[in-house]
Design a protein around this ligand. Structure first.
Ligand code: ADP
Ligand code: MG
Length: 158
């Protein structure tokens, strides 16, 4: 079973706040980031990593496929599969070695391009832009009722 939390991000600061809250509760596993170009997947990831204590830049791994981080001893891998032509390319770039990293956290932009080469998610964050592109509507889905309840309280105050 899974449950969803829905909320709205009206400003980039709201995205920062959301990233801050999630970084307090999620320390390992697989996060899928879904949404069109410019939805805010990389922006969310940037704030998420900064909240964990990362101080350098956060580059979009559009061309490199993956950008690895070690933040306070924790291994985090930010993937962007947008330019992937075939999921098999992940096999060739050694994704299994990344996935074997114990206790690591993985963020995937464009997970649909990864086919069966990437694991099933623990959390799916779907970000949709409004018509005027000012607002983001987010649906976060997780199998953890405890997490969805916590996020519901902290993001929607209910
Ligand atoms: P994606 O990785 O989904 O293609 P990016 O994070 O690279 O998107 O770009 C999102 C763009 O939208 C950035 O220029 C960011 O400043 C802007 N933006 C405006 N409002 C928001 C918001 N609420 N959350 C995230 N990004 C926002
Ligand atoms: Mg991106």
């Amino acid at each position: 079973m899974s449950s969803s939390v829905k909320f709205t991000l009206n400003h980039e600061q709201d995205t920062q706040h959301f990233a801050q809250i999630l970084s307090q509760h999620v320390h390992s596993g697989i996060i899928y980031l879904i949404g069109d170009l410019g939805a805010g997947k990389t922006t969310f990831t940037r704030y998420f990593l900064q909240n964990l204590g990362h101080q350098g830049s956060v580059k979009s791994p559009t061309y490199t496929l993956v950008e690895p981080y070690t933040i306070q001893g924790k291994e985090i891998f930010h993937f962007d599969l947008y330019r992937l032509n075939d999921p098999y390319e992940l096999e060739l770039m050694g994704i299994r070695d990344y996935l074997d990293t114990p206790d690591a956290l993985f963020l995937f932009e464009w997970p649909s391009k990864g086919g069966d080469e990437i694991p099933k998610p623990d959390i799916v964050i779907d970000i949709q832009k409004s018509e005027d592109e000012l607002t983001r509507f987010v649906t976060l889905t997780t199998a953890s009722d405890a997490l969805s309840q916590t996020l519901q309280e902290q993001l929607n105050g209910a």
